[in-house]
Design a protein around this ligand. Sequence first.
Ligand SMILES: CC(C)(COP(=O)(O)OP(=O)(O)OC[C@H]1O[C@@H](n2cnc3c(N)ncnc32)[C@H](O)[C@@H]1OP(=O)(O)O)[C@@H](O)C(=O)NCCC(=O)NCCS
Length: 399
Amino acid sequence: MKIRQVTGDERLTTNMPLAQYAFQSSPGGDEQAWRRSLPYRIEDRTLIAEEAGRTLASVTAIPMRQNLRGSVAPMAGVASVATDPLARRKGHVRALLTQLLDEMRDAGCRTSALWPFRASFYEQFGYVLLPKARTVVLDPADLGPLLRAELPGELSWGPAAAGYDRYAAFTERLLAERHGFALFPDYKAVRLREAGEQWLVTAEIDGTTVGALTYRIDDHGGTLIGEDLLFTGVYGRALLLQFLARHTDQVRRASVQVPADETPELWATDLTVRIEAKVDRPTDAAPMARLLSLDALDGLPAGAGRVRVEVTGDRHLTGTHVLDGTSGRLELAPGNAGTAATAGLPTATLTAAGLSALAYGVLDPQELPIRGYGVVSPEAAQQLRLIFPRAMPYLYAEF
Ligand SMILES: CC(C)(COP(=O)(O)OP(=O)(O)OC[C@H]1O[C@@H](n2cnc3c(N)ncnc32)[C@H](O)[C@@H]1OP(=O)(O)O)[C@@H](O)C(=O)NCCC(=O)NCCS
């Protein structure tokens, strides 16, 4: 078995048929559609495991960017992980994913994220679950009272292609502001402009975009199917909700996606609303993420804790470090036992998933032993809690 990278047209006969078999209806596969999608994959890194000219398995990484507690850095978005059914359980994906993550880390990626078919499969590769966005379903008529509110700003609406540049600039701003937010590279993001499948509404105040929603409408009396309701403040959200209210008696329902810390039940009085996050195998995943490099932690805003952390069982993070947040910015130093720097410091032993859970802010240090992510004394937990306060990552991009 040989591992190699595939690019361009070669994808059509190697990883794409395998991905079709794994993730789409089959037999079938529209080669023309695959060919049309090639420009949107141009810098994706795809590795295949090959034997006698036959593709046995493939994995892909999309070079994305992600915000980790305010710091934006390259991220590897892992996708299209698939093995030929006769070649499964022979370690092909283990070998491919290991090499892919090595290469992406060497290319500067500090984090990685994916949407798992089964979370425990990726937990063994150091990934930890992140909160899943909620789907909000409501009747636009229930938002009618919001139309009486006088709001600063205005709405523009049209094909997503027309407003694409404004949308791209707005998501770029959210990338800088929102923990966990991740963006595609331009060659993939432009698909929104070129596919012609979505409407876009944006809310602006004094020329600054404060809200955006891409959506489509499936039928008269049907559903306005929104993607992520993106906004930077209460006016942005209220302007977008007013826009939904304008579809009263045109559609019965509107659905939008919101981060897990949003509370749609408070959007309006007398609002009948369903707020759902369904997690199931193999579809309907909650996302997962991991640190690929300890550099991801360096300089992050942190509370005044100090602790020694030993990461075990991971090719990217293994080692012992002192994590010091006393300056307000996280500093990492070698954590060898028995030195003056580590004397008297509480120590935690963590897996990669455990340290990733703390960095993303999704678990309390005390939960890590319960989940099999390490050994954490109460003293170490207290310091880790100061350094890594709980946070709510919002991954946004689905791949
Ligand atoms: C899931 C899939 C990619 C696994 O590929 P594979 O080449 O069989 O995986 P590997 O043999 O490298 O397995 C790596 C490890 O995971 C385990 N594993 C494999 N499939 C698993 C599964 N479905 N559930 C739990 N563990 C699994 C293996 O036992 C192995 O563990 P080990 O190294 O301790 O023995 C493959 O079954 C597949 O193509 N499935 C359909 C498409 C799909 O779901 N892709 C994933 C999208 S996120």
